[in-house]
Design a protein around this ligand. Structure first.
Ligand SMILES: [Zn+2]
Length: 296
């Protein structure tokens, strides 16, 4: 699956789950007949016949194209909506507000959408039309290697990586906050959740990179950051990832590195507070804690 290239403004919403300013988007006051599609992957999401004016400054719909939208609970307790095909962030969905008989409002960022007029959709139904994008086969990987700002920064530059979120994993408490994790009693490690496209990269490549952007021989610390929340860990989602990780650690040990990286089955990933996401890209800074060093 090929994705459309996104501008920084589009990335801020579609990947970093931001929200555009109300009344600023292209489609909040737009009534043409046609189909709204995902800006990133082109999947059809909403029909103009389900669009209504909620007066909120964002395009609003009371129904989706069946199966097009994925719902997840966000850390603030709202229901986030994303493209079921590629995971692009769209906005939020609200129920019980009474705007229309269906009593649902999909509140969508204009910038997450493209629009195909009905006249073109009809043309596209002809035999020459390109097939709809395939169902996404995106995969996930979880790496902990010290301060998660740096791990995220280094991994999200890698080709084939669709998105990276920072959060907490490997501990024994639910809904941990940064403050709790920093007190070093929750057991969680600062972890990067990497979503990648296996047709463009693979787990081994990412895991190798991970071992080269942090120092896997430092126990319960990384550079200036000390505490077991900064420990080196790989949380695998399946046996394949586990075997690859163990193989790479074996290679490093053969080379004389005293690797202390924990290898454990992935548990619940708790996304960190919004202000931690894409920290260096938002602040324009450079990681103090992570540099690339060739080890393989
Ligand atoms: Zn999409």
């Amino acid at each position: 699956m090929t994705y459309n290239k996104l501008t920084p403004d589009e990335e801020r919403v579609i990947i970093d789950k931001g929200t555009e300013m109300p009344f600023s988007g292209k489609y909040y006051n737009y009534n043409a007949d046609g189909t709204y599609t995902c800006k990133r992957c082109g999947a059809p999401l909403y029909r103009s016949s389900d669009k209504f004016d909620a007066g909120c400054g964002w395009p609003s719909f009371d129904d989706e194209i069946p199966g097009a939208i994925k719902r997840t609970l966000d850390p603030n307790g709202y229901t986030e909506i994303s493209c079921a095909n590629c995971g692009a962030h769209l906005g939020h969905v609200f129920e019980g507000e009474g705007f229309t008989p269906k009593n649902v409002r999909y509140c969508v960022n204009s910038i997450s959408l493209n629009f195909t007029p009905a006249s073109e959709t009809k043309k596209a139904d002809s035999p020459k039309a390109t097939p709809a994008p395939e169902k996404s086969q995106l995969e996930k990987a979880y790496f902990a290697g010290g301060c998660f700002w740096g791990t995220e920064y280094m991994l999200e530059k890698e080709p084939g990586v669709v998105s990276v979120r920072v959060g907490y994993m490997g501990g024994h408490t639910s809904n941990p906050t940064y403050k709790q994790v920093c007190t070093d009693t929750t057991g969680h490690a600062e972890t990067a959740e990497v979503v990648f496209d296996p047709t463009k990269t693979n787990y081994e490549k990412l895991a190798r990179l991970f071992f080269e952007i942090h120092d896997p021989t430092q126990l319960n610390r990384q550079g200036p950051d000390v505490g077991d929340q900064y420990r080196s860990a790989v949380f695998y989602v399946d046996d394949n990832q586990k075997q690859i990780t163990e193989k790479l650690i074996g290679i490093l040990k053969d080379k004389g590195y005293k690797v202390v990286t924990e290898v454990a089955k992935a548990g619940t990933f708790w996304p960190a507070e919004d202000y931690h996401q894409s920290y260096y890209d938002r602040t324009g800074g450079q990681p103090y804690c992570h540099v690339y060093q060739k080890r393989f």
